[in-house]
Write a protein that binds this ligand. Structure first.
Ligand code: MG
Length: 387
């Protein structure tokens, strides 16, 4: 299945179905090749050096940043997605650099305060095109980063941008298609898949948050180990860990169960995806785009993973304590939006000068870290809603 030309030292050969940086569809603004790095390495490096990437340290994943120093942030979440993605990519012969680039960029468009912030901003933007965090991630890498002399954004390759735009409404896909015919919006109109590295990042995202939200949920005291008895995927590996280490308890038991659960999911995806590649006779990256989704769990693992996801939704994301703080966070975003709409001179100069007023406000707010948003809200309203 792999062909030897792509072999690099210490790595398996690039598979025929992998994205090949030397055959990239390229950048919107043509640039000369780098002397030693591939195009996807370069994308990854540009993302790591971006301002939006540094902001992820202070953006909420589930728990608000001020609630504790050890909870996942968007930054540590993104690093875990990249780690899981690379672990799966290497044995499959996929391009690890592309996987890493997409994983590190996939949440760049998230607002402060996680999904609560995004929902509030989407409400504020009703009638002005709405707000989608995936599309915002693309806006960040395509235009909002200001670091290069000759273009806005990071000027990433098509394949990285394709992976960053994980979901997109039809209306937004149509808008993208008008601006960039045949570009990253096209697949949402044609209902085709992205390349395999992008498919992999979607699944690695899910594996990562399912696991780390158990950890953070228990750490916060909102979930108990006993409650997790009801989650087969977790409970089976906890029982396995206890069978091997009968005296294990508390945090070490939690970590060992999560570690085994992560490994099992990684090996499951590798095996199920290999099978799907073989069954579908996928021989190139473009064939993968035209076939049904290839990177996948086995059916039994898909069922167990979905059950875990639903458990977290019911017991953690909708926990009254989480809902209460996210309610406050939504208010911060809504009131910030109203304050800037009322007095645009309060926006940072570059945003204040833009003719597309509402979108400029949304871009400005989306770029904020949790604590900057809370401080800015206090400055503009004189009230403090979050610590
Ligand atoms: Mg994510």
């Amino acid at each position: 299945m792999s062909h030897p030309d792509g072999a690099e030292q210490g790595r398996p050969a690039r598979a025929a179905y992998a994205s090949d940086p030397s055959r990239s569809r390229g950048r919107r603004h043509p640039e000369a090749a780098a002397p030693t790095r591939t195009e996807y390495q370069r994308d990854r490096d540009r993302i790591v050096h971006s301002t939006a990437f540094r902001r992820l340290v202070y953006k909420t994943q589930v728990f608000l940043n001020h609630e504790g120093d050890l909870f996942r942030t968007r930054m540590t979440h993104s690093l875990e997605v990249a780690q899981l993605g690379r672990s799966i990519a290497r044995p499959l012969g996929l391009d690890e650099d592309l996987v890493e680039a997409i994983a590190l960029a996939h949440d760049l468009g998230h607002t402060p305060f996680g999904h609560a912030g995004q929902d509030a901003l989407d409400d504020c933007m009703a009638g002005h095109g709405g707000f989608e965090h995936n599309l915002q991630s693309l806006r960040v890498v395509d235009s909002l980063e200001e670091r290069y002399p000759c273009f806005d954004g990071l000027n990433l390759t098509f394949e990285t941008r394709e992976g960053v735009l994980k979901h997109c409404s039809r209306a937004n896909a149509q808008r993208l298609e008008e601006l960039e015919p045949g570009g990253v919006g096209r697949r949402f109109l044609e209902r085709t898949q992205p390349g395999l590295e992008a498919q992999l990042c979607n699944l690695a995202d899910e594996i990562a948050y399912n696991a780390h939200d158990i950890d953070d949920g228990v750490r916060s005291g909102l979930l108990t180990l006993e409650q997790l008895d009801a989650v087969e995927l977790f409970a089976s590996f906890r029982d396995e860990a206890l069978a091997d280490h009968p005296h294990l308890e508390g945090r070490r038991l939690l970590y060992e169960a999560i570690r085994r659960m992560l490994s099992a999911q990684v090996y499951d995806v590798i095996a199920a995806t290999r099978q799907a590649l073989e069954d579908g006779k996928v021989r190139s990256a473009d064939e993968a785009r035209r076939s049904s989704p290839v990177v996948r769990f086995s059916e039994p693992m898909r069922t167990r993973s979905s059950a875990l996801k639903h458990f977290l939704l019911r017991n953690l994301y909708r926990h009254p304590q989480v809902v209460e703080t996210t309610g406050q966070a939504k208010r911060v975003v809504r009131e910030l939006f109203a304050a800037y709409a009322d007095d645009p001179s309060q926006l940072q100069a570059g945003f204040a000068a833009r003719p597309d007023r509402e979108r400029a406000i949304a871009d400005y707010i989306a770029g904020m870290t949790d604590r900057f948003a809370a401080r800015e809200h206090e400055r503009l309203t004189g009230r403090r809603l979050l610590p």
